[in-house]
Design a protein around this ligand. Sequence first.
Ligand SMILES: Cc1cc2nc3c(=O)[nH]c(=O)nc-3n(C[C@H](O)[C@H](O)[C@H](O)COP(=O)(O)OP(=O)(O)OC[C@H]3O[C@@H](n4cnc5c(N)ncnc54)[C@H](O)[C@@H]3O)c2cc1C
Length: 433
Amino acid sequence: MAKSVPDHIVIGAGFTGLVHAFLSLEKGESVLVLEKKDRAGGLIRSVPTEYGIVETAANGILNCWELETLSSRLGLDLLFPDADAKKRYIFSDKKFKRLPLSVFEIIRFIFSALTVPSKPIPGESIYKWGKRVVGESFLSKVVEPALGGIYAGDLDAMSAEFVLGKFLAEDVPLWKNFRSYANSRKGKPKLHPGRKGTVSFRGGLGSILGALEARVSSQGKIKYKQEIISLKDIRKAYPNARITLATNLSFALKILKAEFKELKGYQGMLETLPIVSVTRFGKDSILSGKKGFGVLFPKDHKSFSSELGIRTRGILFNDFIFSGRTSDGIHSETYIMGGAGDREIASKAEEEIISIVEEDRKKLLPSGEIPLNHYVTVWKDALPVYGPQLFAFNRDLDRVLPPDIKVEGNFRSGIGLKSILERAFEQYGPKTS
Ligand SMILES: Cc1cc2nc3c(=O)[nH]c(=O)nc-3n(C[C@H](O)[C@H](O)[C@H](O)COP(=O)(O)OP(=O)(O)OC[C@H]3O[C@@H](n4cnc5c(N)ncnc54)[C@H](O)[C@@H]3O)c2cc1C
């Protein structure tokens, strides 16, 4: 039962806010969550449709012991991907390739990984780091699509120190840094090899958000349609409560700069990127008989063009990844578009976005069948740019925030849900491990 004066106020009921609220309740604190919208979940929602489930944002989460712990405490079973969906492709030379490098390029990469010091230099972009450490071909054919797929960013604008720093802490070649990183995690509980990789839940990722929301509502309290505009007001109303701000980056900056003068200078400096996701239901697959997790399309780092003029950044094969995702005989592909280099797509009408998807698909599968349905989601400022300014902002947050105010979200240590979860578990200490 929630106490009338909460120990902990959480602002925002997305994945971040709900996880913090849940862990705080588990520690015996009383919690009040304040959410702007009339529903929880933030970016994530799993929408059931007549053809299958549509994920509005994340379609899976990288498994870790924290997720195993969380789901078992919520009474949820993890859903593991089908074995033949493990294959990830990169589109290169007009083909879906698992390894888009020539023998010479592989040898060149191995040589670099064994010899070139890999710690990012302060101020170095991912593009400059990649050219220096892994070489041009590995950078453009592997690093660009992989990071483009996760961060939807521009390698020139991304900070190598911020994105890669925690894996590459010493000025030694890649292989030594990876070995040290693996050693540094030795004390942590290990996952059974069969449970590693991307996972979800039977009803989609929305299931875990729904379970978190139900638990937080029953043991604490969630108030909906509460748009918080000032931390001062919250502190006045609840002077003894600690506060976790768990909104998106734009709002977090807006509210923080009004309170902490050291953060004012970041106004206009912290960019976010729009993302468009289109789930397309049909009967055929662009893989024509093969199965797989998804395909990424490398972009030229300056012009953002890719082979055949494909505008999509990546495609996920939903029903190949998780069984039970679609009705019988239906195939589901999610096209991820936008990000750096294609911000414009987020301002287009839905029909225009759908025709761009169909044009891309025709280039990949000219004989493709007609679609059954599309479900378009546009996020105007979903993803933060992991640039040097955001890196500095994070360091300033650690420096200026008093101990009773925490700021959390996908702009703190990684965009993915796994980073958000690991960071939250670290804060709530051994009782939750
Ligand atoms: C298309 C797409 C695909 C993705 N795929 C993956 C994936 O496969 N795997 C993965 O790990 N990650 C993925 N991500 C990233 C992941 O979904 C996000 O990083 C994560 O959901 C962010 O959660 P959050 O709670 O920090 O923020 P949000 O989901 O944005 O939640 C913030 C909450 O705060 C509320 N709020 C905002 N302002 C206020 C205010 N003033 N007062 C009160 N409440 C407020 C909002 O309404 C919202 O509910 C993807 C993201 C996108 C967009």
